[in-house]
Design a binder for this molecule. Structure first.
Ligand code: TEU
Ligand code: CA
Length: 560
């Protein structure tokens, strides 16, 4: 495998609006990020991915971009962004931007020009399509509910939006649009960003005949992803994008890819794939119900373990996936993946261990490293997220009570991950002097950086040790390139695997007990030493292993 600069890096996702406010307007900003770079450095972070910071009306929190060449005023200025790049560079850190090019904002100049002349040049930047029998061209449901087709005023055409109606889809079939996108991508790369996280990228290739599908919901619509699944050829766009941009800059790219065709993994992220890596969502989609996230299925430990093991083995030695337990679209990992008895510091450390030490590029989402959790709200009006509001209404339409629908939001709302970062137990958790744009999770009084910073057994202190271990000279090669081997799969509640360095012969064994009872494991091989434990029982475990060849793990205990 050809070595790449990003193979051994650890990444961190910042959701800028909720990270650190510096001027008291209740909105996180670039100055705030700059002020926290040392914190990230100390945690062991190399690559920082910023969710969108471009100019935007924020209908979908910045994933609706109205100017790709400017910074949102809420977040700061281009000068401040340049300063952020320089400050990151000083610390040998890399800044990765979010690339949102399946769609833009309806406030983007291109779209405004398109609306002004629905038969003109700019209309062809989007999908402006004539209606059928006075109705929309097809029966697609957008991701945020309702039709994907919005009527163009004073015209018999409709425009396509797979997400909100304020997020019109860009027409990738139009070579002029593609060129403008490449120019923009190169402009940012020339500036010094190290790469991109690439949003909703599978959606750029549509079946432009726009056939209708069998309805799959009471609204008589069919989910719009079917139109993407029905067509081939996204790879041609992605290859062109890569050749015209990323490749020239040796950029690091991570695709947000849902619904990929199964046999396409290596085309996407193999050695010469479209992207450096892509997120592993195999665990995330496990709990998806039939009708969107409001009717999710419960998570079963063994199923969860199996999809991760399968995914790890599928890519063995060929490529890297980006491993996450949460992001800005998902509930907090500590609430979602941990069984109830394990939703404590020990459990959070254990979950972090099995995620960060998998083969792949670890991504940590802001607040994960201090064990932030989902947030209970009393009323739907306390939620901001466009998808949450849609799913809440869907849930009510499906016959759930308000209380039940709110419970779904507690479990799955995207806002769970978007509450502001908890820096201290001071006013608004040290996030802002003003009023936070989204109410804090009240547990900031207990869960915050300041409380954990100097506490030897805190979740934060553990994450620092965990990342340092992954990057330690003696183990780095094995953690980076070592193959993944499932272990003790017959042991119920045990999540165990080995990372094996086939060149040096080094083996690293990771054990975690997700059960409620203690569990004794008979080792297949003598172990040299315990490198890390989450319960401070390093010596006891060493002694037991030497004496009996066994390791007895408490509930929620993990050992490397
Ligand atoms: O998400 C794309 C996307 O497909 C998700 O909405 C996905 O379907 C959902 O999270 C599954 O739970 C990206 C961004 O991450 C998201 O924040 C944006 O809202 C969306 O694109 C539109 O840009
Ligand atoms: Ca601010």
């Amino acid at each position: 495998m050809k070595k790449k600069w990003w193979h051994d890096k650890v990444a961190y996702q910042i959701y800028p609006k909720s990270f650190q406010d510096s001027n008291g307007d209740g909105i996180g900003d670039l100055r705030g990020i700059i002020s926290r770079l040392d914190y990230l450095k100390e945690l062991g972070i190399d690559i920082v991915w910023l969710s969108p910071i471009y100019k935007s009306p924020f209908v979908d929190q910045g994933y609706d971009i109205s100017d790709y060449y400017n910074i949102a005023e809420e977040f700061g200025t281009m000068e401040e962004f340049d300063e952020l790049l320089a400050e990151a560079k000083k610390r040998e850190m890399y800044i990765v931007m979010d690339l949102v090019v399946n769609h833009c904002s309806d406030q983007h100049e291109w779209f405004r020009k398109a609306l002004a002349d629905p038969d003109g040049e700019y209309a062809d930047y989007f999908y402006f399509v004539k209606g059928k029998d006075g109705k929309a061209p097809s029966n697609y449901r957008s991701y945020f509910g309702g039709s994907t087709w919005e009527k163009v005023p004073n015209s018999d055409k409709y425009y396509l939006h797979m997400f909100a109606k304020e997020q019109p889809d860009l027409n990738w079939e139009n070579p002029v649009v593609r060129q403008k996108i490449y120019e923009m991508v190169n402009w940012w790369l020339d500036k010094g960003v190290a790469g991109f996280r690439i949003d909703a990228i599978i959606n750029i290739k549509k079946d432009i005949n726009f056939p209708s599908f069998e309805p799959d919901g009471p609204d008589g619509l069919a989910t719009c992803i079917k139109m993407v699944e029905a067509v081939n050829g996204v790879g041609d766009f992605l290859e062109e994008l890569k050749h015209e941009t990323f490749e020239k800059h040796d950029a690091f790219t991570v695709g947000e890819v849902f619904n990929m065709k199964e046999d396409e993994l290596l085309e996407f992220i193999g050695e010469d794939g479209h992207f450096s890596t892509m997120f592993d969502f195999s665990a995330h989609v496990l709990t998806f119900g039939e009708h969107g996230w409001y009717d999710q299925k419960p998570l079963r430990f063994e199923e969860w373990r199996k999809v991760i093991f399968d995914s790890q083995q599928e890519l063995q030695g060929k490529c890297f996936k980006a491993n996450i337990i949460e992001n800005h679209d998902e509930p907090r990992g500590a609430t979602h993946y941990l069984p109830e008895h394990a939703r404590n510091d020990a459990g959070k450390k254990m979950l972090g261990t099995v995620s960060v030490l998998l083969r792949g590029i670890p991504f940590i989402y802001q607040g994960q490293e201090i064990g932030m959790t989902n947030c209970k709200r009393n009323d739907i009006s306390e939620y901001d997220d466009i998808s949450t509001i849609d799913q809440y209404q869907e849930a009510l339409r499906a016959g759930l009570s308000e209380e039940e629908a709110l419970k779904c939001c507690y479990e799955n709302s995207r806002d769970n991950a978007r509450t502001p970062m908890q820096w201290s137990d001071g006013k608004n958790g040290g996030f802002t002097d003003g009023t936070p744009w989204l109410a804090m999770n009240p547990n900031y009084m207990e869960i915050n950086v300041a409380a954990q910073e100097h506490k030897a057994d805190s979740v934060l202190a553990y994450y620092r040790k965990l990342i340092a271990l992954r990057k330690a000279k003696e183990y780095k090669d094995t953690f980076t390139y070592g193959i993944f081997k499932p272990k003790y799969e017959n042991a119920e509640d045990i999540f165990a695997f080995e990372r094996v360095n086939e060149e040096s012969g080094q083996k690293l064994l990771i054990l975690a007990n997700f059960g409620t009872e203690e569990h004794t494991i008979t080792l297949e091989q003598r172990i040299a030493k315990v490198l890390l434990t989450n319960e401070g029982r390093q010596e006891a475990i060493n002694a037991e292993a030497a004496l009996n060849g066994t390791i007895t793990l408490d509930s929620c205990e993990t050992v490397v």
